[in-house]
Design a binder for this molecule. Structure first.
Ligand code: AMP
Ligand code: MG
Length: 319
């Protein structure tokens, strides 16, 4: 296993670190030069803010201020875990991290190796997904290695990510006492709503109305190499139909369809999703996921379908 984070950063490299959601490309929050390198290596536009990863919920006050009680309640309930809180930022958080926004996104990841690395480092890191912008997020070190070279980054292997898709992003708005869900993830939104309501807040699922507050809100994201199609169960489709769509949209036709065969259990399907999209991708094929309205329902499936929708060239709704 490689060295500690301090040694990696002092050598001018970034670190690829495991989290329970996806692997992250990490740089210290206080090092603008290395943070710029994150944007550069990811080819990520500067208007996309980054999530600050802390090792302990108490550090929330180092980076955020005017923190409403509901944020503490949520932190107590869901951290460490796949939840990101967007809160008013303190001056010490560089504008580069927040894309000039007055808010900062914070999370305590639930991965023992990364928590140890962060504690030993003694500071927080930004850690966007360790892939190129708009591409499929990595859920293993092997997947992250296709995007970056050992000369630029040091890889820390923490096994396959347990959750498998990006965190749920929540933003409390004290004026309206509303907790906005900016990006869906594997957090159970019924539970989130329960915490919000107990604190006298309402919850609003608002993944599209605000201008891209979160990159996960961009329409094209998580794209695999093969074109992806989502068809509803019972829909009559075949290779000819898929090729018709591809040619209409200006893409080359393919010779075979490969099926994304995900578990019906959402927590397992989330874990499988990105690895399956990657492993099945090839130049000759199109990927197909067959969406079953009956089976694929509930908060976890909504998050998975959100990712599939952004990854797909065509997401055919139930007629
Ligand atoms: P990624 O790095 O691709 O996993 O995405 C990190 C997510 O956190 C993105 O969707 C960011 O836009 C979101 N995020 C970071 N900072 C903020 C912020 N200040 N307000 C809203 N969303 C944010
Ligand atoms: Mg990403």
């Amino acid at each position: 296993m490689p060295q500690d984070l301090k040694t990696v950063f002092e050598s001018g490299k970034l670190a690829v670190i495991p989290t329970e959601t996806v692997y992250g490309l990490a740089a210290p929050v206080g090092d603008p030069a290395l943070i710029e390198r994150v944007f550069q290596l990811k080819e990520r536009p500067l208007f996309n803010p980054l999530i600050v990863h802390i090792s302990d919920p108490s550090q929330i006050e180092v980076y955020a201020m005017d923190i409403p009680d509901v944020a503490y309640e949520l932190a107590a309930m869901f951290w460490p875990g796949p939840m990101t809180l967007v809160l008013p930022k303190k001056d010490m958080v560089p504008d580069l991290v927040t894309a000039g926004k007055p808010t900062v996104a914070l999370r305590v990841p639930n991965h023992p190796l990364t928590i140890d690395l962060l504690k030993q480092f003694g500071g927080a890191v930004v850690a966007p997904s360790a892939n190129k912008f708009t591409q499929v997020s990595p859920t293993s070190v092997r997947a992250a290695k296709q995007w970056f070279s050992e000369s630029d980054v040091t890889f820390f292997d923490g096994g396959h990510c347990g959750v498998g898709i990006e965190s749920t992003i929540l933003k409390p708005d004290p004026n309206s006492k509303t907790l906005f869900v900016l990006r869906r993830g594997m957090l159970d939104l019924e539970k989130v709503k329960g915490v919000a309501e107990a604190a006298g807040w309402k919850m609003a699922v608002d993944a599209t109305s605000e201008t891209p507050e979160a990159p996960g809100q961009l329409k094209v994201h998580y794209r695999p190499k093969s074109p992806l199609f989502v068809f509803p169960k019972g829909c009559d489709f075949d290779l000819g139909l898929v090729n018709g769509y591809l040619v209409d949209m200006g893409f080359s036709s393919v010779t075979e369809l490969r099926y994304l065969d995900l578990s019906d259990e959402s927590y397992l399907a989330a874990r499988q999703l990105y690895a399956a999209m990657e492993e099945l991708s090839s130049d000759e094929s199109a990927l197909v996921f067959v969406y079953d309205h009956q089976q694929h329902s509930g908060s976890g499936w909504e998050a998975i379908l959100d990712r599939l929708g952004r990854a797909a060239l065509r997401f055919q709704m139930i007629p």
